[in-house]
Structure formats: structure tokens, C-alpha cells
Design a protein around this ligand. Structure first.
Ligand SMILES: [Zn+2]
Ligand SMILES: [Zn+2]
Length: 244
């Protein structure tokens, strides 16, 4: 039994090496072949060095650094923001663009890698959190073919060993893209009543890590966080790859 498991793992490793020889893993950003240790997240050392990761949680309203994770300045915000990087960083922008607009789902790997690196630094003390990706409306999902937030959340959960629930938070209204709204006020109105918690018992009393790719005005995360809170969710940290 032990022997056969070992044989299988050797076989699997050989197969993986063969695949790497034919299709060497490339850096998603600059397309150079990535060294062995980095192949699982498709980001070369040079590109990774270009990205400065955040060093604290932030207030979702004023952007103040909250190193000890307490809502001091704006306790009325339903969530704290955990932004792994800033969208103004060109390497990060390129990764997100590949994922969201080029349909390169492999870009979720380096982004989730950055998110888990950042998470382990700044928010590792969060007790028993549950990972929930920001859902897409099923019509939008049909158009895009995948939910980028869910890809990130899955990889992040895998890397950190945290549990994930991607079915209880639902999108119940089909709205125009938030990016097409001209003001924050319009975004807040546009997104209102868009979410629903299908099974409140799955979030009740739990600390939630709400995952999305990018946050701009924060209106979408706020509405989702409010919905989770109303269903009994405890502390909510919105984890994004980048903050615009
Ligand atoms: Zn690179
Ligand atoms: Zn604040």
C-alpha cells in the first residue's frame, strides 16, 4: 500500500516534469520561463520583486493603516480592508488585466500567491475565518465563463489551509457594471440589495474573509459585507489583490 502510493507519487512527479519540459511554466507578466520553485505560481523573481505588498489592514473608509486590526477611525464600516497590493503598480495591473479581461485564468495563481503572502504577514491572527468569494450574477458568469474572485479565493484557501464557502453568498440582481457608474453615490445605489445569504447558519458567528480581485470605491464590498452582517456574520475582512 505504502509502496504503491510512493510509486504513484514518483509517477506523478515524472509526468509533471515531462509536461514542464514540453510546456515550461511562464511568468504571466513577462513570459520568461520561471525557475522551478516558482512554477506553481507563474511569477518570476524579477516581477515579484517589482510588487510592494501592503503591510497592514486598512480602514475601508479613510484608508488609515490599522496594524492591530481594530476599527479606530471609522467603526461604522462593516468591514476592514486587506489589500495585498496597489493597483497603480504596473505589474499588479498587468496580472489583473490578464485575469479579468484576457481570460488568462492562470493569472489567478500569482495573485493568490501575493494575497496569501500578504495575509500571512498582516492578518494571520484572525480566528477561525471562513473564506467567501464575491459572487458574480449567473448571467455575468455565463458571459465571462469564470468568476475571477472565486478563482482567487479557491487558491488562497488552498495555500492557507482555510475553509471556503462559495455557495452561500449569492448575487440576486443583475446590474450594470459598477465601473459604468459616474459617482460613488450611484455605485452605492446600483449595488443595493444585490446580495443574499442563502444559508445564514453557515456564516452566523463566523469571522469572514470576503475575497475580490480589485476594490475601487468599496461600494460592492460594503454591500456584500452588510448582507453577511445581517445574516449574523461576525468580523469581516475584505481581502483583495489590489486597491485602486
Ligand atoms: Zn516576470
Ligand atoms: Zn477610517
Amino acid at each position: 500500500m505504502i509502496y504503491s502510493k510512493y510509486t504513484m507519487s514518483v509517477f506523478r512527479r515524472l509526468a509533471a516534469t515531462a509536461v514542464d519540459l514540453i510546456f515550461p511554466p511562464l511568468c504571466v507578466v513577462c513570459e520568461t520561463v520561471v525557475a522551478d520553485l516558482r512554477k506553481t505560481y507563474n511569477l518570476c523573481a524579477a516581477c515579484e520583486e517589482n510588487i510592494k505588498l501592503g503591510d497592514a489592514l486598512e480602514c475601508a473608509i479613510c484608508g488609515a493603516r490599522l496594524p492591530d486590526g481594530k476599527k479606530i477611525c471609522h467603526p461604522e464600516s462593516p468591514y476592514l480592508l486587506a489589500a495585498a497590493a496597489k493597483y497603480e503598480n504596473e505589474t499588479v495591473q498587468r496580472l489583473i488585466w490578464q485575469l479579468k479581461y484576457r481570460g488568462q485564468t492562470v493569472a489567478a495563481r500569482p495573485l493568490a500567491h501575493l494575497m496569501s503572502r500578504y495575509w500571512k504577514e498582516v492578518a494571520n491572527q484572525t480566528k477561525n475565518p471562513l473564506v467567501i468569494p464575491l459572487p458574480l450574477h449567473r448571467r455575468r458568469l455565463k458571459i465571462r465563463g469564470f468568476n475571477q474572485a472565486e478563482l482567487l479565493a479557491r487558491r488562497f484557501a488552498q495555500k492557507t489551509g482555510l475553509p471556503i464557502n462559495s455557495s452561500t453568498l449569492r448575487r440576486v440582481r443583475y446590474i450594470k457594471p459598477q465601473a459604468e457608474c459616474v459617482s460613488r453615490a450611484e455605485r452605492v445605489l446600483n449595488i443595493q440589495h444585490s446580495f443574499l445569504i442563502k444559508k445564514p447558519e453557515q456564516v452566523r458567528g463566523k469571522n469572514i474573509i470576503l475575497v475580490d480581485d480589485v476594490t475601487t470605491s468599496g461600494a460592492t464590498l460594503r454591500e456584500a459585507a452588510l448582507t453577511i452582517k445581517r445574516a449574523g456574520g461576525k468580523n469581516i475582512i475584505a481581502l483583495v489583490a489590489a486597491r485602486a
